[in-house]
Every structure is written in C-alpha cells, then in structure tokens.
Design a protein around this ligand. Structure first.
Ligand SMILES: Cc1cc2nc3c(=O)[nH]c(=O)nc-3n(C[C@H](O)[C@H](O)[C@H](O)COP(=O)(O)OP(=O)(O)OC[C@H]3O[C@@H](n4cnc5c(N)ncnc54)[C@H](O)[C@@H]3O)c2cc1C
Length: 459
C-alpha cells in the first residue's frame, strides 16, 4: 500500500503527547511551528504515490505495491533502485531530512534480510519479520531512539546516590508484554512519524540487560511524551526569509516513557545487552540505514555547493581566480561523495544469501568522509558570503512597506537591476504584484535569497 500525503497527515492526528517547553501541541499538522515540515513529509508520501514515478519510488511484492526502501535487494540493480529512491526523497528536502521515512525503514529492511541475527531466546526473529511486513504493507513512517541520554551512561553515579538511572529500561514483565520507563535520546522526526524503534546502537555492558530492550512503539503510546527541542520555524517570519527553517526542520525529540506497555509481538530483543547492538552489525541493517545517510548527505552537499556558487556569482567574486579555485574544490568534494555512493553499489557484497548488500567498507568510508568534511564546507560558504549577509535588510517586509518607498527603491535597484540580481527579477516582481503575500511564489529553498540566511538556520 502507498499512502498519500493527506492520508499520512491524518495518521498524525492521533492524540500524541508533544511538548515544546511548557506548551502542549495538540496537532503538529496545524501548529505554525510544525505544519511546514509536516507538509514536507506529506510531499514525500505524495511523490512516492505519484503514478509517474511508480517504477522509481515503489516495487511489487507479495501482491502489494510498496515504497522502494522496503525492497530486500537481490541484485546490483535492486541496490541501484534503492539508492535512486533515497536520492529522490533527499532532493525533495535538499538533504535536510536526515530521518525521512526511508531511514529507519532501511534499518528494519536490512535486518529483515537476515532475521537469524536476532538469536533466540533473547532475540525474536519472527516478531522482526512480522514488523517489517507491517510497516511495509501499511507504509508506516518509523523513526528511532537508539542512544541513552547523555550523562546517564554511568549507572554507578546513580546507584551510589540511590536514585533511579534515567535511561530507558524494562521495569516490568507482564503476560502480554513488557513495561518500559525512562528516557531515550533523541528521536529525530518523531513528530511526523507513526512509530518509534527503541534500541541500542552504542555498546552496553553485559549486565545492562534491562536497558537492552529493542522494540517498537506508536508515537501516541499511552505514557509516552515527546519533548521537542525549540522549532526553527517559531522564529521564522516568512518562507521568503527562512526558506529552510520554514518547511525543512524535521524536529528532534527526547523520549520520556512513563510505564509504556509494549506487547510481546513488538519486542525484538530482550535481556541480552550484546545482542541488542549486534543485530545492526551482523545483518545489513546498519549498512542499509547509513547508505541512506550517505545519499541524503550528498543532496545536502549539492545544496551547499549551489549556494557557494550563487553567492560568488552574486558578489562577482566568481571572477577572482582564487575564488574559482575554491569553487572547484567544493565541486570536487561534492563529486567525491557521489563517487562513494556509487562505489557502494558497484562493489556490492553478495551477503547475506540470497540477498546483496552495499559495500560496507565504502559505506563506512563515506560516513567518515561526511563527518570530516561538513564543517569545512559550511565554513567555506560563510567565508564566501563575507559581509553580504548584513547588507541585506533583516527581512523582506521592507519591500512591502510603502512608507519606505525611497529605501525600497535603492534596494530594488540592488536586488533587481544589479548585473547579478540577488532575487530573480520575475520573482521579485511577482511578490510585489501579490501585494502582501511574499510566500506564494517562493516556495523552494535554493534561491539566491538563501545566501542572506546562510540557509535559513537549520544546517
Ligand atoms: C541533530 C541530532 C539528531 C539526532 N538524531 C538522533 C536520532 O534520530 N536517533 C537517535 O537515537 N539519536 C539521535 N541523536 C543522538 C546522537 O546519536 C548522539 O548525539 C550521538 O551518538 C553522540 O552522543 P552524545 O550526544 O551523547 O555525545 P557524547 O557521547 O556525550 O559525546 C559528546 C562529546 O564528549 C566527548 N566524549 C564523550 N565521550 C568520550 C570518550 N569516551 N572519549 C573522548 N571524548 C569523549 C567528545 O568530545 C564528544 O564529541 C541525534 C543527535 C543530534 C545532535
């Protein structure tokens, strides 16, 4: 089944408990801080369901049509199809949604390719396969929280003071499931998702059995509170001024569980600290999930490279040989991640039978490369901007204020009649024709005005 965007938004109106500071958010699809990003998630669902992209974004299996990222790859071409699906989703968000619906789905799919990595009795391979089918068949958006809260990784500190360790753990076993309580860091995208996968990607000590729980819970599970960080869109006045913050802030939430019941069929690992991490590494799970991260990062590089180029073009610095050299270096970096992504496919591994996997060494090389180069890329962009970000007005309202006509005219000459206009002439004129609504024609990031914001604040 392929959901439409509208259908997905309906699933988010489910009574989930979300707080921003002390404010409880009733409906993330309508609240001004979240609706833009919710629409972006809906756009991803609409793209997947678009008949014109049927063969790119979906595949058929077991009598149904499913999102391409649930495909258990058997050939190099299948890996290529998965990559292309990730790429389309990442391009739609300019690489700003790290935990888009294809991320954790890829972890689960990779694990479902080798369910015997969930060694019984503590591992429950049948539950895993059933969950994979459930999220595939119902086009479920799952995110994850797989890291304990900072400062809670040394249980002795709490034990010495005789206070409970805050890390999420199993506090009770009952006939029909386990009860979990505590905190988990940090479910990105949870506000727009249906389920949260709870687990451990960091190694646990063998005696941390009760923390070893690996399970899935719905975002509206009784007892679950999502504690969202400050949303970027709260400070954004218009999409024109903050094109990325406006609709590409995927959100990050702490998970607070107050006796949340998890039925046994949604428990995948219980009471085995080592196994709770092994399941990602001894199956293609970690590789499939992080291949998506590589592809997503590549899109973000393309956004940043485009911005570098536009900024240099707008200031005229692109005529300076040293700046051209810098731009060439940035383009080479962007091509490097492209090569690393393709290398993972071309040097694929015939594992685990009967499936195939992206090349794991190249995937990890890609992850390392991304970590090492990101800040440098951002620094180059900032350097290229120079003081230009301050020469622009604080926001676009100056263009709408008739009392500032003289000032506006100076700005207009700079924006429209400069040999390298910062705002394309037709767009600016359409804003002005539209009177007071600068949002209508300027939906997308990637325009030159972004340079003023360094990308709108969510990099
Ligand atoms: C934007 C964002 C989104 C995230 N999304 C998710 C998500 O969707 N799901 C999820 O599960 N998690 C998510 N996380 C959590 C993420 O996985 C952790 O932040 C990451 O694993 C690092 O752990 P930490 O933040 O606790 O840092 P720490 O492990 O506390 O490390 C912080 C710093 O302390 C120092 N340090 C700590 N330990 C050592 C050591 N042993 N030796 C030397 N130096 C040390 C280093 O300087 C290190 O950089 C997200 C985090 C961020 C920032």
């Amino acid at each position: 089944m392929l959901r439409s965007g509208k259908e997905h938004l309906e699933t988010l109106r489910d009574g989930r408990r979300v707080f921003v500071g002390s404010e409880q958010i009733d409906d993330v699809t309508r609240h001004p801080a979240f609706r833009g990003a919710a629409e972006t998630v809906a756009a991803i669902y609409d793209m997947k369901a678009d008949p014109a992209l049927r063969d790119v974004m979906s595949y058929e299996e077991d009598g149904g049509r499913h999102s391409i990222y649930f495909l258990r790859a058997k050939t190099r071409e299948d890996l290529q199809r998965r990559m292309e699906g990730h790429r389309r989703i990442a391009e739609l968000t300019y690489g700003m949604f790290g935990r888009s619906p294809d991320h954790v789905a890829s972890f689960v799919t990779g694990m479902a390719m080798k369910p015997d990595a969930l060694v019984p009795p503590c591992g429950r391979p049948d539950n895993l396969v059933a969950y994979y089918r459930h999220i595939r068949d119902n086009d479920i958006y799952t995110v994850y929280a797989v890291v304990p809260p900072q400062a809670a990784r040394n249980p002795e500190f709490y034990q010495r003071q005789n206070i409970p360790v805050p890390t999420l753990r199993v506090v009770r076993e009952e006939d029909d499931g386990v009860v979990i309580a505590g905190m988990k860091m940090l479910a990105t995208g949870a506000l727009y998702a249906n389920d949260i996968w709870i687990g451990n990607v960091l190694p646990l000590a063998p005696d941390q059995k009760k923390e070893a729980i690996t399970c899935a819970i719905p975002c509206n599970a009784p007892g679950l509170t999502l504690w969202a960080r400050k949303p970027m869109a709260l400070d954004a006045k218009s999409e024109f001024d903050s094109p990325l913050a406006w609709r590409y802030d995927e959100s990050d939430s702490m998970l607070l569980c107050d006796d949340v019941k998890v039925p046994w069929e949604r428990v995948f690992v219980h009471d085995d600290a080592l196994l709770s991490r092994d399941i990602y590494i001894k199956s293609p799970s970690h590789c499939f999930g992080n291949h998506q991260s590589n592809v997503r990062y590549w899109s973000k590089m393309r956004l940043l490279l485009g911005l570098c180029s536009k900024v240099a073009n707008a200031t005229g610095a692109d005529q300076v040989p040293a700046v051209r050299e810098t731009l060439g270096k940035m383009a080479a970096l962007e091509s490097t991640i492209a090569g690393l992504v393709h290398g993972q496919i071309n040097a694929f591994e015939s594992w685990p039978a009967p499936y195939v996997c992206f090349n794991r060494r190249i995937m990890y090389a890609g992850l390392e490369w991304c970590t090492q180069n990101y800040t440098m890329f951002i620094d180059e962009l900032r350097t290229l901007c120079g003081g230009g970000v301050f020469q622009m007005p604080a926001d676009i309202s100056v263009m709408e204020n008739d009392e500032l006509a003289a000032l506006r005219e100076i700005l207009r000459r700079r924006l429209v009649h400069h040999p390298q206009p910062l705002v394309p002439r037709d767009r600016l004129e359409r804003i002005q024709q539209a009177g007071r609504r600068p949002d209508g024609d300027l939906r997308r990031a990637g325009e030159q005005e972004e340079a003023r914001q360094g990308g709108g604040g969510v990099m």
